[in-house]
Design a protein around this ligand. Structure first.
Ligand code: 5AD
Ligand code: SF4
Length: 468
């Protein structure tokens, strides 16, 4: 009998990828994916622990699910609740205590064992025991990548994620990732190439390579040597039909020349780079253990722009890191003015249990953090609008990914990762030539678009012609 699993994903793209793999590993065991928790036999919350609010959201979601679970139990039906991801890893035993509705807690490195865990929980449940709960937050020696199948059926979409590296050895003093995701691990080149080929065979044209420290990638190549990310991108570029390659998230220290050159030499390597700097103050960068200065960051940016002048840059910032003075914050604003990001994310510092910065005596008051965040975001926003407005009247290639709300409107991504709203009804030639062609035929296609309008978060344009 077919069962249903509902997976709710929080946080980063790595979790989005992991959620897909969990669905894939459950499918042969009779689990179909469901769009909501109501009719699900199994609910998995794939959680994020990067900032406080993320974990709190999980607890309130469990509260809501408990009501659902109790209602089902009253009808004699089961609903298993599993918590996966980084909160599971960091707070597993505590979660079990705090939320008795949880049946299973599984850390990010254990997903291939999900069917076994589920079986154990089911057997215990049918045995009528109350202690039907499973906790697995180990870092097993054999990696999940060797055991997680990828589903081969159906259309995957136009753009897909592919995890190539996981974990982090950098130990920035604010960050939980080295504790929740463990040490750096890179998948072998051949595994990645095979997975990419399977995605392309199913209609994917754009792949974003994922890793917490993706440009520290050092995977084994076919000849036994070690490939860097630049080398891996060159291999992936050989795959027919793979038009766009992106990667995230990178660390400034690991931006080697081979990767910088890839942005110049490899057409499929997209002109967009998320290169978090976190702060523009040397004092704070040092306290964060970022392992580079602001000048070193500028030097990397200069080399990147020399290789690819149109490169769109993105970053993450933390405001109100312990000890951050007004002067330090001004240095951050100054860095932003110098780099001029195409877009950027900024967060208030949030003390994470177990990290060195969380026990600092120099915590910054909440109102100061809020005020700094507002100023930083206003500046980033100005640059973002300026960047986007620079495209008005110009043409660009857009990969169409989904339908918009309006008739004839489709939404895709530019090479610079902007969302572009495209009116495809303007393509009279293509429509006429194909006779009965409707705009749905543009789904998953690369098209040439003329940009007409720009806002802070998106562009609007009209179709010039189809390219693919
Ligand atoms: N507080 C606030 N922001 C954080 N980030 C990571 N840890 C924290 C924290 N403790 C931000 C960083 C990182 C992004 C993914 O989340 O900017 O690059
Ligand atoms: Fe966290 Fe720093 Fe590693 Fe990024 S580089 S995952 S911020 S420890």
């Amino acid at each position: 009998m077919s069962k249903k699993v509902f997976i709710k994903t929080y946080g980063c793209q790595m979790n989005v990828y992991d959620s897909k793999r969990m669905a894939d590993v459950l499918k042969p065991h009779g689990y179909e994916q469901s769009e909501s928790a109501e009719d699900a036999d199994l609910v998995i919350l794939n959680t994020c622990h990067i900032r406080e609010k993320a974990a709190e959201k999980v607890y309130s979601e469990i509260g809501r699910l408990r009501t659902e679970k109790d209602a089902k139990a009253a009808e004699g039906k089961n609903m298993f609740i599993a918590v996966a991801g980084c909160v599971a890893q960091a707070e597993g035993p505590e979660m079990m205590k705090r939320a008795p509705a949880i049946d299973m807690v599984l850390g990010p490195q254990t997903y291939h064992r999900l069917p076994d865990m589920l079986k154990a929980a089911e057997e215990q449940r049918t045995g009528g025991r109350m202690s039907a709960r499973v906790l697995d937050t180990e870092f097993p020696v054999d990696t999940k990548f060797d055991h997680l199948p990828t589903d081969e059926s159906g259309f995957e979409g136009t753009a897909a994620f592919l995890t190539i590296q996981e974990g982090c050895d950098k130990f920035c003093t604010f960050c939980v990732v080295p504790y929740t995701r463990g040490a750096e691990y890179s998948r072998p080149v051949s595994d990645i190439v095979e997975e990419a080929k399977r995605l392309v065979a199913r209609g994917v044209m754009e792949i974003t390579l994922l890793g917490q420290n993706v440009n520290a990638y050092h995977g084994t190549a076919a000849d036994g040597s070690t490939a860097t990310l630049g080398g891996l991108i060159a291999e992936l570029d050989k795959i027919d039909g793979l038009t766009r390659i992106r990667y995230t998230t990178s660390h400034p220290r690991d931006m080697d020349q081979e990767l910088i050159d890839a942005h110049r030499d490899i057409a499929s390597c997209m002109p967009y780079l998320h290169l978090p700097v976190q702060s523009g103050s040397d004092r704070i960068l040092d306290a964060m253990n970022r392992k580079h200065t602001r000048e070193e960051y500028f030097a990397v940016i200069d080399r990147l722009r020399a290789a690819r002048p149109d490169l769109a840059l993105s970053s993450d910032f933390i405001v109100g890191f312990p000890g951050e003075t007004d002067e330090d914050f001004e240095d951050t604003l100054d860095l932003v003015r110098r780099v001029k990001y195409a877009q950027a994310y900024s967060f208030k510092y949030s003390p994470r249990p177990g990290t060195p910065a969380s026990v600092s005596k120099e915590q910054v008051p909440e109102d100061v953090k809020s005020e700094r965040l507002a100023r930083l975001q206003a500046l980033i926003n100005e640059h973002q609008i300026e960047f986007n407005e620079g495209f008005i009247g110009k043409e660009m290639d857009v990969l169409l990914e989904r339908f918009g709300k309006r008739d004839g409107q489709m939404i895709g991504r530019s090479p610079y990762l902007q969302s572009v709203y495209v009116d495809v009804r303007n393509d009279h030639n293509a429509l006429d030539a194909a006779g009965d062609k409707t705009y749905t035929d543009y789904m998953g296609k690369l098209v040439r678009v003329r940009i007409l309008e720009a806002g802070p978060n998106s562009l609007k344009g009209e179709l010039v012609r189809a390219l693919h």
